[in-house]
Design a protein. Structure first.
Length: 118
């Protein structure tokens, strides 16, 4: 069983920065994608950024240039550095891990709240 443990998040003023981290544990195939999705109230969950081993990244257009995703493959940890935060970044952020081994396996963290407000 795969578990994802998230940390970080909180309240920050517009223009501020926050960092999120997510560590995976359990039986994980060697090639996988980890990343972050977010869901604001009344909106569908959307991709924020992902990284696929060994290091290919993907970002939502809305966060390009402001957010940076990185990973520590040895410790199966993914980080999201969020700079120049905007009120529209306010959402619950969910860590996600997926890999393909015969079929696609998807795992989600419990979510962490990010609020950008003055």
């Amino acid at each position: 069983q795969v578990q994802l443990v998230e940390s970080g998040g909180g309240l920050v003023q517009p223009g501020g920065s926050l960092g999120l981290s997510c560590q995976a544990s359990g039986n994980i195939f060697s090639i996988y994608t980890m990343g972050w999705y977010r869901q604001a109230p009344g909106k569908p969950r959307e991709l924020v950024a992902t990284v696929t081993t060994p290091g290919s990244t993907k970002y939502a257009d809305s966060v390009k240039g402001r957010f940076t995703i990185s990973s520590d493959n040895t410790n199966r940890t993914v980080y999201l550095q969020m700079n120049n935060l905007k009120p529209e970044d306010t959402a619950d952020y969910y860590c996600h891990l997926s890999y393909v081994r015969g079929r696609t396996y998807n795992y989600w963290g419990q979510g962490t709240q990010v609020t950008v407000s003055s």
